[in-house]
Ligand binder design. Structure first.
Ligand code: SPQ
Length: 428
């Protein structure tokens, strides 16, 4: 457990950062590279702990993955090239790895078992195991299949017609990956649009998938072909610097190479509504995943309401948006976000608990939080609770604090942003 004394009382942040690769797209590039035929090359892959767990799982499934400084080379032999693992597959802290890999393993004619860390052991898996079992996979786990360890004996799959009970890109993706192996056409209906990186990957790897009004259809038995993937920067990582730049006086930060997939840009929408001085420059809408640069300057902010269909488009940014709201005039209400309770931590509780320690006026509700601004933040000892996004939010909060701040469990940050502190220090 690493404790860090954080930088506090910062009165200016200036500079340029190239945002590291998107975590969701990095995971999927390894998965699709592994189930496609031929050599896939991936540049700007995120070397965070979560994505390294995905590489390790696919190596145990018999896939050759070579890493050099700037590139991953994955030799895929199709779904049928995956082989029975001799060891347990350890997903570490990564919900994306475990839920998506279940969709792949459900259709493979062999036995596999999945474990993860303490946090993964508390995250619900029934949302994936129930529909996959309906398709014909044999799966089990602790508490009737709800929690890790999970065992899978995959095989022949029936297609599924399924209305997702939660707005979750991970559940949707697991069913699409199983649907690609089923005998016939599967239909998956989303209740709210969630990140669509899996759908975009299928097209990039030469496959077909159809989407209309949140109804997705995918045919089984498609042969995917290797591709080249350039992973754009992660908007969820950029979010920490957007909030820092908007809240700290005399600041101007340029964030290069940020993914601007419209299913992920909810934070831009909210910050604009709050009055942020934020510009999107040089957007490249032609790549399979759009990207561009962002410029954020010190802003005079006002409170807002964040709810409904916007929530899945900024779900991972809510901890840092809560901090932003402490620096806005008036009240901010976040609702319809009960999914926060089943992330790496219960992010409603951890955000409220830790920001209160620093002097914020914030209350938890059943499905979100209410924040009263503008607060002067003081100091204290805070903890990431092992959650990377809580750790980074607290490091940005410290910049605004007048007294000393110590962060416990700081090592969690390497899950999604290993060089976070190098980038932050370069702006001070
Ligand atoms: O992978 P993991 O641990 O679930 O990561 C998180 C995060 O904050 O990085 C959530 F805790 O992001 C999820 C996100 O919340 C990544 C993801 C994806 O890549 O498909 C989808 C979202 O989860 P969900 O449950 O809504 O599908």
């Amino acid at each position: 457990m690493t404790s860090l004394n954080l930088k506090t009382n910062i009165n200016r942040l200036v500079g340029e950062i190239t945002i590291p690769g998107d975590k969701s797209i990095s995971h999927r590039s390894v998965m699709f590279g592994s189930i496609a035929h031929g050599e896939t090359r991936v540049t700007n892959f995120l070397p965070g702990d979560d994505c390294l767990s995905t590489i390790s799982c696919f190596r145990k499934l018999g896939v050759t993955i070579e890493e050099s400084d700037n590139e991953l080379r994955i030799t895929g032999k199709g779904f049928e090239g995956l082989t029975e693992p001799e060891e347990v597959l350890d997903v570490g802290n990564s919900g994306t790895t475990i839920r998506l890999i279940m969709g792949i393993l459900a259709g493979r004619p062999f036995f596999s078992s999945l474990i993860g860390d303490e946090s993964i052991g508390k995250r619900p898996m029934t949302r994936v195991t129930v529909p996959l079992k309906k398709m014909g996979a044999k799966m089990d786990g602790r508490k009737d299949g709800a929690f890790t360890p999970i065992s899978i004996r995959g095989g022949r799959l029936e297609p599924i017609h399924y209305e997702l009970p939660v707005a979750s890109a991970q559940v949707k993706s697991a069913l699409i990956l199983a649907g690609l192996q089923a005998e016939g056409k599967s239909t998956i209906i989303e209740q709210a649009e969630t990140r669509d990186h899996t759908e975009r990957m299928i097209l990039r790897f030469g496959g077909k998938i159809h989407k209309e009004n949140q109804v997705i259809t995918v045919e089984g038995g498609q042969r995917l072909k290797a591709s080249t993937i350039h992973v754009p920067g992660d908007i969820s990582s950029a979010a920490f610097f957007l909030v820092a730049g908007a809240s700290i006086p005399d600041s101007e930060i340029v964030l290069k190479n940020v993914g601007l997939n419209p299913t992920r840009t909810g934070i831009i929408e909210v910050m604009e509504k709050m009055g942020a001085n934020l510009k999107v420059v040089q957007p490249d809408g032609n790549s399979f995943e759009p990207s561009g640069d962002l410029i954020i300057k010190t802003s005079s902010l006002k409170g807002t309401i964040i709810e409904g269909e916007l929530i899945p488009k900024l779900i991972d940014e809510i901890p840092i948006i809560a901090l932003l709201a402490t620096q806005a005039e008036g009240t901010t209400i976040i609702k319809d976000a009960e999914e926060l309770k089943v992330k790496e931590t219960n992010r409603i509780d951890t955000v409220v608990q830790e920001l209160r320690k620093l002097g914020a006026s914030i209350d938890a509700t059943d499905d979100g939080m209410i924040i009263h601004g503008k607060s002067n933040l003081t100091g204290g000892t805070v903890s990431s609770h092992g959650d990377h996004r809580i750790g980074m939010m607290l490091a940005i909060a410290a910049l605004l604090c007048t007294d000393d701040v110590k962060l416990e469990n700081a090592e969690a940050i390497s899950v999604s942003y290993p060089n976070f502190f190098t980038h932050l220090n370069s702006l001070i």
